[in-house]
Design a protein. Structure first.
Ligand code: T5A
Length: 209
């Protein structure tokens, strides 16, 4: 059986996803596994260019345009990084993935969920679907406060949305987790980073078999 696995991290802004990707990558490397760390939007030269646009475009960005930018980022990432890594049996850790599109553009922005599902099938195929999705859960305001406390960077288009939007994001992820309990693990994220990591590890080793 191929040993490559795609593991994704999801959650509200500032939930600690990047921090946990780094901690998990180090732990898996200590176990001798090849690990590829990546993020969405981004992860490829094209994706990083589109990331800057989708996060900081100064004018109005139509919701459909926003959706298609995320889909373009993902198509590039899957083709150029994720699929080749899985084919050589690496573990890919991705900071946000398709579930973010379902939640942000589908559930929060109100775009057609059936169309978004078709886009996922088109961009991921059936070989780049996450084996495990770690949902780092905490109240939206807690994550936003962490992101703001980082300082130095102005709020992006998403962070600048109101409280109702961010609450819908948290609720949306919890709804997806409930619908797919075999793939999702909900991890409480309002704990110190090392404690969150300690709770993630057994879930990952279980998924890796
Ligand atoms: N988006 C994305 C969509 O709308 N559709 C999509 O399809 C996709 C893929 C991306 C934006 O795009 C949207 C969602 C986003 O709004 P981003 O900057 O990548 O923008 O946003 P985030 O993914 O939210 O990234 P952040 O860096 O803001 O949050 P993280 O990665 O969850 O958090 P992290 O690890 O960077 O930590 C944030 C701060 O908190 C501290 C860290 O040191 C850091 O200072 N921290 C903790 N503090 C206390 N306790 C803990 N356990 C902590 N863990 C981390």
């Amino acid at each position: 059986m191929p040993e490559g696995r795609l593991i994704t991290f999801e959650g509200v802004e500032g939930a600690g996803k990047s921090t946990q990707v780094r901690l998990l990558a180090a732990a898996l490397r200590r176990h001798g596994r090849e690990v590829v760390e990546t993020r969405e939007p981004g992860g490829t030269p094209l994706g990083e260019e589109l990331r800057a646009i989708v996060k900081h475009h100064p004018g109005d960005l139509a919701p459909a345009a926003e959706l298609l930018i995320f889909a373009a980022c993902r198509a590039q990432l899957v083709e150029h990084l994720i699929r080749p890594a899985l084919e050589r049996d690496a573990i890919v850790l991705c900071d946000r993935f398709a579930d973010s599109t379902t939640v942000y553009q589908g559930l929060a922005r109100g775009l057609d969920l059936a169309f978004i599902q078709l886009l996922h099938e088109f961009t991921l195929g059936n070989d780049c679907v996450p084996a495990l999705t770690l949902l780092l859960d905490l109240p939206a305001e807690g994550g936003l406060a962490r992101a703001a406390a980082r300082g130095g960077v102005a709020a992006d288009r998403f962070e600048a949305e109101g409280a109702a939007f961010h609450t819908a994001i948290r609720d949306g992820f919890l709804t997806l987790a409930k619908a797919e309990p075999n793939r999702f693990r909900v991890i409480p994220a309002d704990l110190p980073p090392e404690e969150v990591h300690r709770r993630i590890l057994p879930e990952v080793f279980h998924a890796l078999g």
